[in-house]
Design a protein around this ligand. Sequence first.
Ligand SMILES: *Cc1c(COP(=O)(O)O)cnc(C)c1O
Length: 378
Amino acid sequence: MSIIYFDHAATTPLKEEVLKEMLPYFSENYGNASSAYSIGRRSRKAIDSARQKTAKAINSKENEIYFTSCGSESDNLAIKGVARANKSKGNHIITSKIEHPAVLNTCKTLEKEGFEITYLNVDNNGFVDLEELKKTIRNETVLISIMYANNEIGTIQPIKEIAQIAKETNVIFHTDCVQAIGNIKINVEELGIDLLSMSAHKFYGPKGVGALYVREGVNFQKIQDGGHQEMNKRAGTENVPGIVGLGKAIEIANANLENYNSKLIKLRNYFIREITSRYENVKINGDLKKRLPGNINFSFPNLDGEEILLKLDSLGICASAGSACSSGSLEPSHVLRAIGLDRNYANGSLRITLGEQNSIEEVRFLLECIKSIIAIDN
Ligand SMILES: *Cc1c(COP(=O)(O)O)cnc(C)c1O
């Protein structure tokens, strides 16, 4: 049975061209980028080139890009790095209730260090309220961290407006951009972003490598001690093949952004149209317009999403559910809870995230599979 993959928000397959570019750095080009001899210099050059490509993709300067081991590390470095370096200014951080665990759990750790965190509410479509944000900012606020786009429901936040508010109040602004990079054109200058996290495996690059953009002049400190790599902000011998892969993947993604975008939007809208016209009681979660191109999140009342997922898996379809089974009862995700979704809907939630290889035939097949699964269930 062939696999139909509809879980691109979880990870994406590595592109053939990206792998090809990485391979020499697993074999003959094994030099340490800090070494002065020729194979060391070759690795250094490869990292420099990847940094250039990454900077170009988001319109930053090269010296504003720091390579990390993943999106989670980028979030940790951004939030802990800024909070700890600016302690003398204050101990208050603002984030939202629908952030990725890499942000939420980092904030939890900082609470133990004496930081106060405000977790902003979101409305029924998953948007933070700009007025609430403004009211929450205090003299002690050192950082605002709001994700660009949500990994579960696809909602895209008003990032430019949030960055503007942060700038006017002299607060540093970080955005977890892991779901947006490779899907949406991001220009850090135009948007006014101070720090931005990304992860290669979410845009057809390798797993285990990420990057953090930090605007020149923003005060942050390292969270891992060791050597002087990455401009003395991220210790550890560089993952040269991974970094090369990230650079190649972001270059390809940016070159094809418009085609990729419009293809995914067409498939997404087709699916949403079909599912809502076939089932009166289905609910689409997240905003219909300000939404990631490939994201579909929907709920059937009084059905078990986990069970539908297992049946889809037995038909060769990879998707994701909005609730996870914990100790025998379904627990809706923190995101679905935050948008106020009724429990009987939240438990019957499915997330489909589309990607490059998906076709209209696959989407039709998915609709047919859902139909047969639901028919059995009812
Ligand atoms: C995947 C993801 C992360 C974590 O990235 P890793 O590279 O898997 O650590 C962080 N934030 C969001 C929004 C994500 O989707």
